[in-house]
Design a protein around this ligand. Structure first.
Ligand code: FEO
Length: 386
């Protein structure tokens, strides 16, 4: 295991998790990386660690550059264990190191996870001289934990951004211009949608705080390092954080005997006839984390469920629970579904869409039993007329 020099005297020493397919429920089809950075200066500094199971990989990469016992500081940008999990292990190999963390939440979180550690808390605006270089600490609370912070090195114009601007993408390449741009941006949108969508306001605050910095490299906590497309990823974050939407529709449904599915097709046809592009998700065949990635930038959302045991389908209930937690912005929505008797599900879906913060733009569409051709044409006409 070798370190990768990303700037003279600054090394990527992280780990590549090729096989990871679920990040607490977020489906990560392309794996991920846990990025850590070693700065060789008068004070040897490690920025973040890796998930505990990858600690030997981190150590091996560090050892390819220096003796780990020489590390003076370990910066903990974020307590979540994918970044802090190897801190106790590293302290065994770097017994003189002080762990730098945000006050008060980083200190509280690290103590809560690992007990007593040699901690040194830093506040907003604090900086640390490590020799030729300075590290400035910028808190980014709730991006996406209370303790989160980023570190800026003005002499190198590098922002060590931890979770911000990252993506779950395992790759043998370390830089943004070495991977496919479309794939990269998809994974960034997926990351933002699933991890940060709820925190748009905090993301806007952080972007404002970072706007004054001269940045020519963003060394993230996951995925690739930005050196070419910095403006593009910043612009996407501005758009996502502001809740900007596109003239696109997302149709999500479950179905038992294809009746709600045929209604979903009629809804999609209505949007298509209106000239609005549609994404179509049978929830049995698609993962929540992919669906919300699409919803992030879509203006319209149609959700369908038949009625089962007086409720909506549990799959749709789970989807709406997940979406509610992410608090999507700027969605125009409606509910639809077929039923045999009762038909409570459609009203329940509508109520949940309201609870998600969606504006209901069409009264719920309910059809008993099997929709006929005229019923479906009427649905298409209704959507087209929106
Ligand atoms: Fe990558 Fe919030 O941890």
């Amino acid at each position: 295991m070798q370190a990768v020099e990303i700037r003279k005297g600054i090394y990527w020493v992280g780990a590549i998790d090729w096989s990871m397919r679920s990040f607490h429920g977020y489906q990560t089809g392309r794996g991920t990386t846990y990025n850590a950075y070693l700065i060789i200066d008068e004070k040897i500094t490690l920025i973040d660690t890796v998930k505990a199971t990858f600690a030997p990989e981190l150590l091996a990469r560090i050892k390819s550059v220096i003796d780990p016992a020489k590390i003076d500081y370990i910066i903990s940008s974020h307590v979540e264990p994918d970044h802090s999990g190897a801190i106790p292990f590293m302290l065994e190999h770097a017994p003189q190191a002080q762990v730098i963390t945000s006050l008060p939440n980083g200190e509280k979180g690290l103590k809560g996870h690992y007990g007593d550690l040699p901690l040194q808390g830093v506040k907003a605006g604090s900086s640390l001289s490590i020799g030729k270089r300075t590290l400035q600490f910028v808190p980014t609370p709730m991006l996406h934990w209370p303790d989160s912070m980023v570190t800026y090195c003005p002499e190198e114009k590098i922002l060590f951004s931890n979770d911000a601007f990252g993506e779950h993408l395992a790759s043998s390449s370390r830089f943004d211009d070495d991977v496919d741009f479309g794939t990269l941006m998809f994974e960034c949108q997926k990351y933002y949608a699933n991890i940060l969508m709820l925190y748009g306001r905090q993301a806007q605050t952080a972007l404002k705080a970072l706007s004054g910095l001269d940045i020519d490299m963003i060394a993230t906590g996951h995925g690739v390092i930005w050196r070419k497309h910095i403006q593009e990823i910043m612009a996407r974050y501005e758009k996502w954080a502001a809740g900007e939407v596109e003239e696109r529709a997302v149709v999500v449904f479950d179905s038992m005997w294809h009746s709600t599915e045929s209604m979903a097709r009629a809804v999609a046809e209505g949007f298509a006839q209106k000239g609005i592009s549609v994404s179509f998700y049978d929830i049995k065949e698609n993962h929540l984390s992919d669906i919300v990635t699409d919803i992030l930038t879509a203006k319209y959302l149609a959700v369908g469920s038949p009625t089962i045991n007086n409720q909506m389908m549990p799959t749709i209930a789970g989807f709406l629970c997940y979406l509610k937690g992410l608090a999507p912005k700027g969605k125009k929505a409606f509910a639809f579904g077929s039923y045999g008797w009762g038909g409570q599900s459609i009203g329940l879906v509508e109520e949940e869409l309201k609870a998600c913060g969606c504006e209901i733009i069409l009264d719920k569409i309910r059809l008993a039993n099997v929709p006929g051709a005229e019923d479906l044409q009427a649905i298409t006409a209704k959507i087209k007329a929106l």
